[in-house]
Each structure stands twice: as structure tokens, then as C-alpha cells.
Design a binder for this molecule. Structure first.
Ligand code: BGC
Ligand code: NOJ
Length: 814
């Protein structure tokens, strides 16, 4: 069953019924001002940091799930009837409804009793504000006297404090109202130099700024007293709960349309210019007034919207594919790339499943996110890399997370996740491959942000590599520390106290438990680093890295191979995890994926056998589960993984992030059919037909799909913010379609299904547009290349002469 359809021409998903199984959301803003918006206008906004600069309030885990947001009410002033054109919060049965989720905007349109309303929500580029453009049309045969009410609820900035510290917060709320603009200035009198505002293009019939005045006592968003009554009281909030609400009256002749524009924004003032007059307590509104004046005008809002769509057309235009599979095309050309922007911006901080107060930006997550993002805005990738590296510790380890506003490592979570440092090598190498910007390696970057500790970025990578070598366990495999990629395999935790954090509790010394996964990761990172060293003319150093890599590969084969698949780890008793010796958790996906993508056992069939075991034991029609059999009880020595009921999350759920590792592994053994088949199983677009089972948005990946042990096998959860976005993008574009960036140019190495006759790609790479056409002339993956009409040996398209704008590439597969 579907709840809408893809409009690929417009790059939109059109939701045609408001009561989707879960809220189907979108992100507004892609630079500094962000909003999350659901298909019924729920959600919230923030500036840079979802916890520390929350602009509007949101109540998570609500009933209904999604309540509170950017609401507009329409009221028929003749009858007194009112409704929500976005369905929520009044939930009147609308005659027509559609929500178009687009690239950086959401348009919700509906019809009720002959009144059509359409609201387009977006954040203009380079501005710290959002615009709601509401168009109301009278389709009746008589004139209509209508009232429009807007409402948002201001958050008192720190979202965590806002939802807990009521004894203080109920007394500090402050607003100013000038020219119908509601300014939210809680704490501005003391240490804040930022404020928010909510403005409207029209002359107001009234406004409210105190929540209770708008809603009325003992009422909710579904029947605000102000709307019911049809007028507002011009309340001024003192404490309690500041809101912004405008009341506009409009008379529409039959067939007539009117547009009302609302502008919700964030503004900072220089400290010395906070007040106007300077010795007053009144906000200096000069800069805010200028932007408000601009965007109140519909034509300016339209122009800003056009700029935003041009921007997205350009970004997505950087890589466009034309394959025989519509789901591949749609995800690569539109939605997967778009999701990669969201994961780059948000890491795992703010979605409908991440509260925005729990986590900052993850070190491993953000580095991996670069794989799907770096081709879009490489300058921002560069900045991110330098920020991340600055939270690395002198030991080479890293803070697991950092707050985007302060860019400081997060002490609550700390470090000791022993896979973390390697992802920096992988992120940096992906960046250099894309851009050819070797200079980044010479940037001076501190450790733990401490002034004076700077070294070239290159040394950060050296320390990352050494970090593992200095932390090897009894089998010569990397010690796992708090956890590796799988945050829930907590082999040093041994927690028996309710409520303890699995991530930060360690009751063991950590000298025994080892990770075969980190060993696989080490091979990949080590080879990247060796290549980088070679390019810097450090041949000897490169050799020493390769030597360590070879040693580690041998160790994996000796101690990480179980006969038919790769072992996952050794626990604190030095017992195997993910082995036939285990009663539960005999086989894990992570090592089958990462060791095969790292090429372990390509020559002698180990890789093929591991992939065969994956197919037999882990693959389901909804994707590949994380391990089997699921843990049926809590294991003190394994930690959080066994805390989940079987089939969910890391306990044998389909953790979509690591499915692409297996896809890449399949391409390495040359099996394009299997790789693309796995790709399709978790591709949200290909799952659209079973939306009632999948339940999350069909246009973006979810972190998890319930595994075969779950009662709800096939049900997705935690959509949007997941490494799945970058890894799938990377797997399909660089390994299955095989248009792969390298230090020396673009490689063409497709491993596609046998039934495909070919495909085309237009890819902008280092300023040059490559028009690539791949044709099948046989069943294999051997590539014969022609570049600009001339045959080229091998499968590397050499970098063209400076000034070249386009290169045409023909690849024949045999
Ligand atoms: C989740 C993991 C996540 C971790 C982060 C766990 O509860 O299952 O997926 O990585 O929390 O803190
Ligand atoms: C989600 C986390 O964000 C990520 O860092 C981790 O690798 C996976 N969960 C697996 O536990």
C-alpha cells in the first residue's frame, strides 16, 4: 500500500493522505538555520545546534506522535467553523490533501468547504530564517470572510533546560511586540545576544504572545480559544510560555486568491549593540527589521525560493545516472544525495527519533557521512574534517562526539571507541580523492582543541594509525575499547545496574577483548594512508604501513576466520564472538562486510565463502540482519546488543548502515547481481509498495528495518539520520556503478547486474564533467575504455589537461 507517489520531474515525494503510518518529515535549511517539518506541519527549528539554540519548542514522543509545529488555522468567520489546512492539529477531514516534500522545502495543500490553502515552507539560502507562504483561494460561488491564524511556540533556547527546569523557566519568558512582529527575547537581558522573531506580511487584526491566551486554559492545539472565538487579545507574555501568533482577516471574492507570508527568524547582535537606545532594555532591531521587510514581500520570497531550487538543481546535477532501474535512478539522482546533506548537517542529532538534545556530532558518523557528501560541497567537507581532527586526542584516539556550536569534544561521552581514529583517515582520503586538494594535509590542526598542540593534519592520520598498533590484544587483533562501529557490542562494560550507560560504563580493564571488525577497518585505512604517504614522497613510510596491513591481514586469517565466515570479536574471556562455537550470535554481518570489502580472502575463496554464509544465514527479503541467531537473553559480557528484544536494532535487526559493506564485498568478488539485489532490498523507493509494512518515509533510508526474529519484520525505524545514507550512495555510485574517485582520476569499474545492457552517468569531478556511457558486451566485469574516442589501457580515466570542461568516456564490459 502506498500513501503517495514520487514526482521525479519535480524532485518531490507527494504524500496524498495525511495520516501516514508515522510522520513523514523533511528538513528545511542546509547551512545554519534548520527546521524539521512533518507532512502535517509538525516539527521545530533551531540555529546550528538543536540543543543549545532551539528556536521553537517541540514535545517528543507525544500522543499523537507528532504534535506542535508550524501551524496555520483557517476560520470561516460567517459560520465560526475552523480547521487546519495541514490536517493537524484539528484533524478535520479534508476534501483534498497533499504534502509535497521537496529539496529543502515542503508544500502542504488542502481543500475544505471550497477554500483551498497551500503553504510553502522553506529556508532561503544564506539567511537565518524560514518563510511560510500561505496562499488561500476561494473556490466557492459566494464571497468568503476568513480569518487566518498562525502559531508557533518559542523554546527558551536550551532545549534540555527548557523541558526540565520549569521552576526557573516559567518566570523568565520575555517578548517585545513592534509593528505586529513578535520578538522572543528570553535571557536577552543577560548573556544572550540573540533573539527570535515571528512576522507577517499583512496588517494584523490581533496577535498573541502568551500561550494560555492563545489556547485558553485546559485546551490544546486542536481547539485554541482565540481561533474558536475569532479574535486575539494582543497578549504580552511575561514568563510562562511565549508563543507567536498572528490573526489576519481576509475577504475573498469567488475565485479570488490571497497570499500571506510569515517569517520566523533568528538574529544576533554584536554585544555592544544589543540595546536600542543603548541604555535601555529594548532589543536593537535594526538588522532584523531589514530582513523582515525584505521577506514580507511575496516577490522576494519567490525569488529566494527560486535561488534555493537552482542551488539544489546544481548540487544534484553533479552526479546524475541513467540506469535500467528506476529506484536506483531516483535514489542516486535525488533522494539519497539529498539525505546525505541532512546527515552531513545533523549527524545523528535532530530528527523525529533523535531528540536534538542527546547527541552532538559523532566522530565516526561524521567522517563516514563524508563519503556521500564530499562531492557536493567539498569546502564544507574540508571544514568538517578540520573540526573533527581538532577533537582528536594526542594519543590518536578521539572524542566520540562534539557539539557543533562550540566545536569542542563532548566530555560526557568521552573517548575510547577504538574504531574512531580510522574513520578520519577514510574521510580525509575520500576528500582528497574527490578534490585533489593535497594541501589539506599540511593544515595545522590542534589536539583536543588545545592551542599550541597543532601539527599538520597528516600527523593526525599517522597517530590514528598508530593508535591501533599501540592497542593490540592477545591475538594481535585490535583491542575493542568501549566499542567499535557497533556501539552495542560492549565487551568491557559488564553492566548489571539499571540505567547505566552501556556506552560509557567500563568495568573491565580492556586488555583482552578484541575486534576483528577494527582489524578489517585497519586494512582499509592503512592502505589509504600508505597511498597518501606514497603521494607525499614518503615511500619508506608507505611500505611500513603496508607491512602492518599485511601482518594484520594474516592475523585476521589466523584468528579471525571461523571456517565458513569471519569471527566478529573476542570477548573479555578471550572467547570467540560470532563463531560456530557460540550458541547465539554465531555470525555477524560487520566482519563479513568489512573484511570482504577490504579484500581479505579474494584470492583463495575465503571472501566468497563469507559472502555465501551471509546469503544463507543473514539475508532476508527485507535486507541483511546484523547477526544470527539473535540473543534471546541479556549477556552481561556482551552488553547493549543483548538488551534489545530479538530482531530489533543491533540485536539481529536489519541495520541498514552495514548492508552496503556486503554489497561492496559482492562487487569485489564480481557478483553484480547479488550486490544490486541487496541494494534493492533496502532501497526505500523499491519498498514504497509495502509502505504499510515499512511505515517510514519511502524517500529516505531508515537506520533499521526489523529483522526476521521481530514480530514486525520489515518495519523500518529511525529514518533519516543514519550512516546508511552515505554508505549506500557510496556503494551504488562507486562500487556497483563503479564510477570511483581515486587520487589519480576517475576509475571506471562497474559491477552491475548481468541483465543490464548498460547505463549512463554524468559526473562532475574536479571541475570537469565526465559523460560516461557503459555498455555490456559480455557477462563479465572486464572494462575496455575509450576516452574522448581514443582507447585507453586499464580502467583509469587520466586527469585531463587544465581548462578541459568535458570528457567523454565509453566503457565496454566483457
Ligand atoms: C543504539 C546505537 C547507537 C548508540 C549511540 C544505542 O542505544 O542502539 O545504534 O549507536 O546508542 O549512543
Ligand atoms: C548508530 C551510531 O550513530 C553509529 O555510530 C553506530 O556505528 C551504529 N549506531 C551501530 O551501533
Amino acid at each position: 500500500m502506498k500513501y503517495g507517489y514520487f514526482d521525479d520531474q519535480k524532485r518531490e515525494y507527494v504524500i496524498t493522505q495525511p495520516d501516514t503510518p508515522l510522520p513523514w518529515i523533511n528538513y528545511l535549511g542546509c547551512q545554519a538555520y534548520f527546521g524539521i517539518i512533518s507532512n502535517t506541519a509538525g516539527g521545530y527549528s533551531f540555529y546550528r545546534d538543536a540543543r543549545l539554540r532551539r528556536i521553537t519548542r517541540y514535545r517528543y514522543n507525544n500522543a499523537p506522535f507528532d504534535l506542535g509545529g508550524r501551524y496555520v488555522y483557517l476560520r470561516d468567520d460567517a459560520s465560526g467553523e475552523f480547521w487546519s489546512p495541514s490536517w493537524q492539529p484539528t484533524r478535520h477531514k479534508l476534501e483534498e490533501y497533499s504534502c509535497r516534500q521537496g529539496m529543502g522545502y515542503t508544500t502542504i495543500g488542502s481543500k475544505y468547504k471550497g477554500i483551498e490553502a497551500r503553504t510553502r515552507y522553506f529556508v532561503p539560502l544564506d539567511e537565518n530564517l524560514e518563510i511560510w507562504q500561505l496562499t488561500v483561494t476561494n473556490l466557492r460561488e459566494q464571497a468568503a470572510e476568513l480569518s487566518v491564524f498562525s502559531v508557533i511556540e518559542f523554546c527558551l533556547w536550551d532545549a534540555q533546560d527548557d523541558s526540565t527546569n520549569f521552576q526557573r523557566n516559567f518566570s523568565i519568558g520575555q517578548v517585545e511586540i513592534e509593528d505586529g512582529v513578535i520578538y522572543h527575547k528570553t535571557e536577552y537581558r543577560e548573556r544572550r545576544d540573540h533573539f527570535a522573531y515571528f512576522a507577517c506580511s499583512e496588517k494584523l487584526a490581533g496577535y498573541e504572545s502568551q500561550r494560555e491566551a492563545f489556547l485558553g486554559a485546559y485546551r490544546g492545539w486542536e481547539n485554541p480559544v482565540a481561533v474558536e472565538r475569532g479574535h486575539e487579545t494582543n497578549s504580552v507574555a511575561h514568563g510562562w510560555a511565549p508563543v507567536g501568533s498572528h490573526h489576519v482577516k481576509i475577504s475573498l471574492k469567488p475565485g479570488e486568491s490571497r497570499q500571506v507570508v510569515f517569517v520566523l527568524g533568528y538574529q544576533e547582535n554584536p554585544r555592544e549593540e544589543k540595546f536600542d537606545p543603548p541604555d535601555s532594555q529594548i532589543i536593537n532591531k535594526k538588522s532584523a527589521k531589514a530582513v523582515i521587510a525584505k521577506y514580507r514581500v511575496a516577490a522576494n520570497a519567490d525569488a529566494a525560493f527560486k535561488k534555493l531550487t537552482d542551488y539544489w538543481n546544481e548540487l544534484l546535477g553533479l552526479c546524475q545516472v541513467d540506469t535500467p532501474d528506476v529506484h536506483t535512478n531516483r535514489m542516486v539522482n535525488i533522494w539519497n544525495a539529498y539525505q546525505c546533506m541532512a546527515t552531513f548537517n545533523m549527524s545523528r542529532s535532530a530528527s523525529f527519533y533523535e531528540s536534538g538534545i542527546g547527541r552532538g556530532l559523532g566522530f565516526r558518523d561524521s567522517n563516514q557521512d563524508l563519503l556521500g557528501f564530499v562531492h557536493m560541497v567539498p569546502e564544507r567537507a574540508r571544514e568538517r574534517i578540520l573540526d573533527l581532527a581538532a577533537t582528536q586526542l594526542p594519543s590518536g584516539g578521539a572524542y566520540h562526539q562534539y557539539q557543533p556550536l562550540t566545536k569542542r569534544g563532548n566530555n560526557d561521552v568521552g573517548s575510547g571507541f577504538n574504531d574512531d581514529p580510522h574513520w578520519l583517515i577514510i574521510g580525509v582520503s575520500a576528500y582528497i580523492k574527490e578534490t585533489g586538494d593535497w594541501g589539506i594535509l599540511d593544515e595545522a590542526v590542534p589536539y583536543d582543541n588545545a592551542a599550541g598542540s597543532e601539527t599538520p593534519l597528516y600527523e593526525h592520520l599517522q597517530r590514528s594509525f598508530r593508535y591501533t598498533l599501540e592497542r593490540l590484544g592477545p591475538h594481535g587483533l585490535p583491542l575493542i575499547g568501549r566499542a567499535d562501529w557497533n556501539d552495542c557490542l560492549n565487551l568491557n562494560c559488564f553492566s548489571d545496574t539499571p540505567g547505566q550507560s552501556f556506552q560509557t560504563t567500563t568495568n573491565k580493564e580492556g586488555k583482552v577483548a578484541e575486534s576483528v571488525f577494527i582489524a578489517g577497518l585497519f586494512l582499509v585505512a592503512g592502505r589509504e594512508l600508505a597511498d597518501i604517504a606514497k603521494h607525499r614522497g614518503l615511500g619508506k613510510e608507505a611500505c611500513s604501513y603496508l607491512c602492518e596491513v599485511t601482518k594484520m591481514e594474516k592475523t585476521i586469517r589466523e584468528h579471525g576466520w571461523d571456517g565458513e565466515w569471519f569471527i566478529r570479536a573476542y570477548d573479555d574471556f578471550s572467547r570467540k564472538v560470532g563463531s560456530k562455537e557460540n550458541a547465539e550470535g554465531k555470525i555477524f554481518i560487520e566482519t563479513q562486510g568489512f573484511c570482504t570489502l577490504a579484500g581479505v580472502g579474494l584470492e583463495d575463496g575465503l571472501a566468497a565463502r563469507a559472502l555465501e554464509s551471509t546469503r544463507k544465514m543473514l539475508a532476508t527479503k527485507h535486507g541483511i540482519v546484523l547477526q544470527q541467531p539473535a540473543y534471546s537473553k541479556y549477556y552481561l559480557e556482551y552488553g547493549e546488543i543483548s538488551s534489545y528484544p530479538p530482531g530489533y536494532k543491533e540485536n539481529a535487526g536489519i541495520f541498514c548502515h552495514n548492508n552496503p559493506w556486503v554489497m561492496i564485498g559482492e562487487t569485489r568478488v564480481g557478483n553484480g547481481d547479488q550486490a544490486h539485489d541487496y541494494y534493492t532490498r533496502i532501497n526505500p523507493s523499491a519498498r514504497e509498495e509495502i509502505s504499510e509494512v515499512h511505515r517510514c518515509e519511502p524517500y529516505v533510508y531508515a537506520q533499521m528495518i526489523a529483522g526476521r526474529d521481530a514480530a514486525t519484520h520489515g518495519e523500518a525505524k529511525n529514518s533519516w539520520l543514519t550512516g546508511t545514507a552515505a554508505w549506500n550512495y557510496y556503494a551504488i555510485t562507486q562500487w556497483i556503478l563503479g564510477i570511483r574517485t581515486s587520487f589519480d582520476g576517475l576509475l571506471i569499474a562497474p559491477v552491475i547486474p548481468k541483465s543490464w545492457k548498460g547505463f549512463k552517468v554524468s559526473r562532475k569531478f574536479r571541475g570537469v564533467t565526465y559523460q560516461i556511457e557503459v555498455q555490456r558486451a559480455g557477462d563479465g566485469n572486464q572494462v575496455a575504455l575509450e576516452v574522448n574516442g581514443a582507447a585507453v589501457q586499464g580502467n583509469l580515466v587520466p586527469l585531463p589537461a587544465a581548462g578541459t570542461k568535458t570528457v567523454s568516456v565509453k566503457a565496454t564490459l566483457r
